[in-house]
Design a protein around this ligand. Sequence first.
Ligand code: DQA
Length: 137
Amino acid sequence: MKIQIINGPNLNLLGTREKNIYGDQTFNEYFDKLKLKFEKFDLHYFQSNIEGEIIQKIQDVGFDFDGIIINAAAYTHTSVGIGDAIRSIQSPVVEVHISNTYAREEFRHKSFLSAHVKGVILGFGLRSYDLAIESFS
Ligand code: DQA
């Protein structure tokens, strides 16, 4: 099963950025563990700080891959374009967040993605991605 993980802006700084919220592991370290844990999945990882690149990746894999796991980070709360891209493809999409966005500032309570995804997993730290992968098994 081919799964694309897409991370949005500032998630390249995991391990360095606001460790009290996002933890002290880099995503690359974590992704190595994910690949070992979910050997039967063909996992792919893409990160970008640029909205258009995220939209392009959704379009590129969205008619071919078995699933997409997306943490659009701050774009979650602003991007009509990413929401529209998700509506336009065929692969099922799971939205994830490391933190519980509902326990944070009000502007993080709105997601432009949630209405168009299969499900949302948030608040379990990096484990949110494990749970999202499991949802495809
Ligand atoms: C985040 C939550 C967003 O509000 C924030 O902008 C992020 C990360 C999370 O994974 O908890 O960058 O998506």
